[in-house]
Design a protein around this ligand. Structure first.
Ligand code: NI
Length: 261
Protein backbone atom coordinates (compact mmCIF):
# COMPACT_ATOMS: atom_id res chain seq x y z
CA UNK A 1 0.00 0.00 0.00
CA UNK A 2 1.40 3.33 -0.99
CA UNK A 3 0.65 6.37 1.03
CA UNK A 4 -0.05 9.47 -0.93
CA UNK A 5 1.99 11.52 1.47
CA UNK A 6 5.16 9.68 0.43
CA UNK A 7 4.75 10.55 -3.21
CA UNK A 8 7.65 12.52 -4.52
CA UNK A 9 6.98 15.78 -6.14
CA UNK A 10 9.05 17.80 -8.48
CA UNK A 11 9.40 21.24 -7.12
CA UNK A 12 9.88 23.64 -9.94
CA UNK A 13 11.72 26.78 -9.05
CA UNK A 14 9.72 29.79 -10.11
CA UNK A 15 11.10 31.45 -13.15
CA UNK A 16 12.74 34.65 -12.10
CA UNK A 17 12.32 37.61 -14.29
CA UNK A 18 15.29 38.36 -16.45
CA UNK A 19 17.09 41.35 -15.07
CA UNK A 20 18.81 42.46 -18.20
CA UNK A 21 20.71 45.67 -18.14
CA UNK A 22 18.73 47.06 -21.03
CA UNK A 23 22.01 47.51 -22.78
CA UNK A 24 21.57 48.15 -26.46
CA UNK A 25 25.23 47.68 -27.28
CA UNK A 26 25.94 46.21 -30.69
CA UNK A 27 27.38 42.74 -30.94
CA UNK A 28 31.06 42.44 -31.53
CA UNK A 29 31.87 42.40 -35.21
CA UNK A 30 34.07 39.40 -34.53
CA UNK A 31 31.42 37.40 -32.78
CA UNK A 32 30.27 34.21 -34.44
CA UNK A 33 27.15 33.14 -32.64
CA UNK A 34 24.80 30.31 -33.42
CA UNK A 35 21.68 31.88 -34.87
CA UNK A 36 18.31 30.23 -35.02
CA UNK A 37 18.33 28.60 -31.59
CA UNK A 38 15.46 28.60 -29.16
CA UNK A 39 14.98 31.71 -27.07
CA UNK A 40 16.42 31.54 -23.59
CA UNK A 41 13.77 33.43 -21.70
CA UNK A 42 11.63 30.51 -20.49
CA UNK A 43 12.62 29.50 -17.01
CA UNK A 44 15.80 31.47 -17.21
CA UNK A 45 17.06 33.01 -14.03
CA UNK A 46 19.86 35.46 -14.04
CA UNK A 47 21.45 37.67 -11.47
CA UNK A 48 21.87 41.36 -11.42
CA UNK A 49 24.43 42.38 -13.99
CA UNK A 50 27.88 42.83 -12.55
CA UNK A 51 29.51 46.15 -13.09
CA UNK A 52 32.86 45.41 -14.64
CA UNK A 53 34.22 48.88 -13.94
CA UNK A 54 37.37 50.39 -15.27
CA UNK A 55 40.14 47.85 -14.84
CA UNK A 56 43.49 49.16 -13.74
CA UNK A 57 46.58 48.30 -15.70
CA UNK A 58 48.39 49.37 -18.86
CA UNK A 59 46.47 51.23 -21.55
CA UNK A 60 46.22 48.58 -24.25
CA UNK A 61 45.28 51.23 -26.83
CA UNK A 62 48.79 52.62 -26.29
CA UNK A 63 51.01 49.62 -25.52
CA UNK A 64 51.20 46.03 -26.72
CA UNK A 65 48.97 43.77 -24.63
CA UNK A 66 47.94 40.15 -24.70
CA UNK A 67 45.37 38.33 -22.59
CA UNK A 68 46.48 34.83 -21.66
CA UNK A 69 43.44 32.79 -20.68
CA UNK A 70 43.38 29.46 -18.88
CA UNK A 71 40.31 27.23 -19.04
CA UNK A 72 38.98 24.17 -17.24
CA UNK A 73 40.74 24.75 -13.90
CA UNK A 74 41.33 24.95 -11.10
CA UNK A 75 43.58 21.90 -11.08
CA UNK A 76 46.70 20.48 -9.47
CA UNK A 77 49.07 22.72 -11.49
CA UNK A 78 47.23 26.00 -11.08
CA UNK A 79 49.07 27.08 -7.96
CA UNK A 80 52.51 26.71 -9.55
CA UNK A 81 51.19 28.67 -12.53
CA UNK A 82 50.17 31.48 -10.17
CA UNK A 83 53.71 31.54 -8.75
CA UNK A 84 55.18 31.89 -12.25
CA UNK A 85 52.72 34.63 -13.17
CA UNK A 86 53.53 36.55 -10.02
CA UNK A 87 57.27 36.33 -10.65
CA UNK A 88 56.73 38.03 -14.01
CA UNK A 89 54.10 40.45 -12.71
CA UNK A 90 51.79 39.02 -15.35
CA UNK A 91 47.99 38.95 -15.16
CA UNK A 92 45.72 36.39 -16.77
CA UNK A 93 42.11 35.30 -16.87
CA UNK A 94 40.92 31.97 -15.50
CA UNK A 95 37.71 30.38 -16.75
CA UNK A 96 36.72 27.98 -14.02
CA UNK A 97 34.72 24.78 -13.90
CA UNK A 98 32.22 25.26 -11.08
CA UNK A 99 32.31 21.73 -9.72
CA UNK A 100 36.11 21.89 -9.31
CA UNK A 101 36.17 25.21 -7.49
CA UNK A 102 35.37 23.62 -4.12
CA UNK A 103 38.36 21.27 -4.53
CA UNK A 104 40.80 24.20 -4.69
CA UNK A 105 39.07 27.15 -3.02
CA UNK A 106 42.32 28.66 -1.75
CA UNK A 107 43.81 28.58 -5.25
CA UNK A 108 40.75 30.36 -6.63
CA UNK A 109 41.01 33.00 -3.91
CA UNK A 110 44.68 33.43 -4.76
CA UNK A 111 43.82 33.97 -8.43
CA UNK A 112 41.63 36.89 -7.47
CA UNK A 113 43.97 38.22 -4.77
CA UNK A 114 46.86 38.26 -7.28
CA UNK A 115 44.93 40.51 -9.67
CA UNK A 116 43.82 37.89 -12.17
CA UNK A 117 40.31 37.83 -13.54
CA UNK A 118 37.88 34.99 -12.98
CA UNK A 119 35.36 33.79 -15.51
CA UNK A 120 32.56 31.26 -15.46
CA UNK A 121 33.19 28.18 -17.65
CA UNK A 122 29.99 26.40 -16.50
CA UNK A 123 29.45 23.91 -13.69
CA UNK A 124 30.38 20.74 -15.59
CA UNK A 125 31.71 21.77 -19.01
CA UNK A 126 28.67 20.95 -21.05
CA UNK A 127 27.93 22.27 -24.51
CA UNK A 128 25.46 25.04 -23.68
CA UNK A 129 24.09 25.14 -27.21
CA UNK A 130 22.92 21.55 -26.81
CA UNK A 131 21.10 22.11 -23.51
CA UNK A 132 17.64 23.54 -23.00
CA UNK A 133 17.76 27.26 -22.19
CA UNK A 134 16.81 26.56 -18.58
CA UNK A 135 19.42 23.81 -18.19
CA UNK A 136 22.09 26.04 -19.72
CA UNK A 137 21.25 28.80 -17.27
CA UNK A 138 21.47 26.32 -14.39
CA UNK A 139 24.95 25.23 -15.54
CA UNK A 140 26.05 28.85 -15.46
CA UNK A 141 24.36 30.02 -12.29
CA UNK A 142 25.57 26.98 -10.32
CA UNK A 143 29.14 27.82 -11.30
CA UNK A 144 28.54 31.46 -10.33
CA UNK A 145 27.47 30.29 -6.89
CA UNK A 146 30.52 28.05 -6.43
CA UNK A 147 32.86 30.90 -7.38
CA UNK A 148 31.03 33.33 -5.10
CA UNK A 149 31.19 30.85 -2.26
CA UNK A 150 34.97 30.46 -2.66
CA UNK A 151 35.89 34.09 -3.26
CA UNK A 152 32.99 36.24 -2.10
CA UNK A 153 32.84 37.72 -5.59
CA UNK A 154 30.91 36.81 -8.71
CA UNK A 155 32.87 36.03 -11.88
CA UNK A 156 33.22 39.02 -14.18
CA UNK A 157 33.42 37.08 -17.46
CA UNK A 158 31.93 33.97 -19.03
CA UNK A 159 33.32 31.58 -21.63
CA UNK A 160 31.11 28.82 -23.02
CA UNK A 161 32.73 25.38 -23.33
CA UNK A 162 33.68 24.61 -26.96
CA UNK A 163 32.96 28.26 -27.71
CA UNK A 164 29.34 27.46 -28.46
CA UNK A 165 26.37 29.38 -27.12
CA UNK A 166 23.07 30.48 -28.57
CA UNK A 167 22.66 34.11 -29.45
CA UNK A 168 19.80 34.52 -26.98
CA UNK A 169 21.68 32.91 -24.09
CA UNK A 170 24.69 35.09 -24.83
CA UNK A 171 22.59 38.23 -24.72
CA UNK A 172 21.07 37.14 -21.40
CA UNK A 173 24.44 36.88 -19.67
CA UNK A 174 25.13 39.29 -16.81
CA UNK A 175 28.81 39.50 -17.84
CA UNK A 176 30.81 39.79 -21.09
CA UNK A 177 31.13 36.53 -23.07
CA UNK A 178 34.71 35.82 -24.11
CA UNK A 179 36.01 33.53 -26.80
CA UNK A 180 39.57 33.75 -28.17
CA UNK A 181 41.58 34.77 -31.20
CA UNK A 182 44.47 32.32 -30.77
CA UNK A 183 43.95 28.66 -29.86
CA UNK A 184 47.22 27.04 -28.78
CA UNK A 185 45.68 23.53 -29.08
CA UNK A 186 47.59 22.74 -25.88
CA UNK A 187 44.88 20.28 -24.84
CA UNK A 188 45.53 18.32 -28.03
CA UNK A 189 49.30 18.39 -28.39
CA UNK A 190 50.11 18.21 -24.65
CA UNK A 191 53.51 19.37 -25.79
CA UNK A 192 55.32 22.22 -24.06
CA UNK A 193 57.37 23.32 -27.10
CA UNK A 194 54.35 23.33 -29.40
CA UNK A 195 52.34 25.26 -26.82
CA UNK A 196 55.11 27.87 -26.53
CA UNK A 197 55.29 28.24 -30.31
CA UNK A 198 51.52 28.60 -30.67
CA UNK A 199 51.22 31.08 -27.80
CA UNK A 200 53.99 33.25 -29.26
CA UNK A 201 52.39 33.38 -32.70
CA UNK A 202 50.10 36.23 -31.73
CA UNK A 203 49.40 39.90 -32.34
CA UNK A 204 48.79 42.79 -29.94
CA UNK A 205 45.21 42.47 -28.71
CA UNK A 206 45.16 38.68 -28.93
CA UNK A 207 43.18 36.53 -26.52
CA UNK A 208 45.12 33.27 -26.16
CA UNK A 209 43.41 30.03 -25.21
CA UNK A 210 45.25 27.58 -22.93
CA UNK A 211 44.32 25.08 -20.20
CA UNK A 212 45.95 25.07 -16.78
CA UNK A 213 44.86 21.49 -16.10
CA UNK A 214 47.75 20.24 -18.25
CA UNK A 215 51.29 20.17 -16.87
CA UNK A 216 52.70 20.63 -20.38
CA UNK A 217 50.86 23.95 -20.60
CA UNK A 218 51.94 25.23 -17.20
CA UNK A 219 55.52 24.25 -18.09
CA UNK A 220 55.25 26.38 -21.24
CA UNK A 221 54.28 29.58 -19.44
CA UNK A 222 57.70 30.75 -18.13
CA UNK A 223 59.14 30.83 -21.66
CA UNK A 224 56.02 32.47 -23.09
CA UNK A 225 56.25 35.22 -20.47
CA UNK A 226 59.98 35.70 -21.04
CA UNK A 227 59.81 35.78 -24.83
CA UNK A 228 56.69 37.91 -25.24
CA UNK A 229 57.82 40.15 -22.38
CA UNK A 230 61.08 40.74 -24.29
CA UNK A 231 58.97 41.75 -27.30
CA UNK A 232 57.32 44.42 -25.17
CA UNK A 233 54.04 42.67 -24.43
CA UNK A 234 52.06 43.43 -21.29
CA UNK A 235 50.14 40.49 -19.86
CA UNK A 236 46.70 41.70 -18.89
CA UNK A 237 43.29 40.38 -17.96
CA UNK A 238 40.58 40.18 -20.61
CA UNK A 239 38.76 43.20 -19.17
CA UNK A 240 41.98 45.21 -19.22
CA UNK A 241 42.64 44.14 -22.81
CA UNK A 242 39.19 45.12 -24.04
CA UNK A 243 38.71 48.20 -21.89
CA UNK A 244 35.17 48.09 -20.68
CA UNK A 245 33.57 44.93 -22.04
CA UNK A 246 29.78 44.91 -21.90
CA UNK A 247 27.52 42.23 -20.39
CA UNK A 248 25.86 39.97 -22.93
CA UNK A 249 28.30 40.91 -25.68
CA UNK A 250 30.78 38.48 -27.23
CA UNK A 251 34.48 39.27 -27.67
CA UNK A 252 37.33 37.51 -29.43
CA UNK A 253 40.04 40.18 -29.38
CA UNK A 254 40.95 43.35 -27.53
CA UNK A 255 42.65 46.68 -28.06
CA UNK A 256 45.95 47.19 -29.83
CA UNK A 257 48.28 50.20 -29.93
CA UNK A 258 47.22 53.03 -32.18
CA UNK A 259 43.51 52.46 -31.71
CA UNK A 260 42.97 55.26 -29.20
CA UNK A 261 39.77 57.13 -30.00
NI1 NI B 1 36.88 24.22 -21.60
Amino acid sequence: MISRSTALRFILAPALALTLAGCGAPLSAHWQGLPGKAPSEQGAATESPEVTGTPEGPDCAEVKCVALTFDDGPGPYTESLLDVMEKHNAKASFFLIGKDVAKYPEVVREELANGHEIGNHTWSHQDLAKLSPAAAQRELRKADEAIKQATGAAPTLMRPPYGTITESLKKAQPVPVVLWSDDTLDWKTRNTKKTVKAAEDIKPGSIVLMHDIHKSTVDAVPKILEDLGAQGYHFVTVSQLIGQPKPGVGYETGQKPGTKK
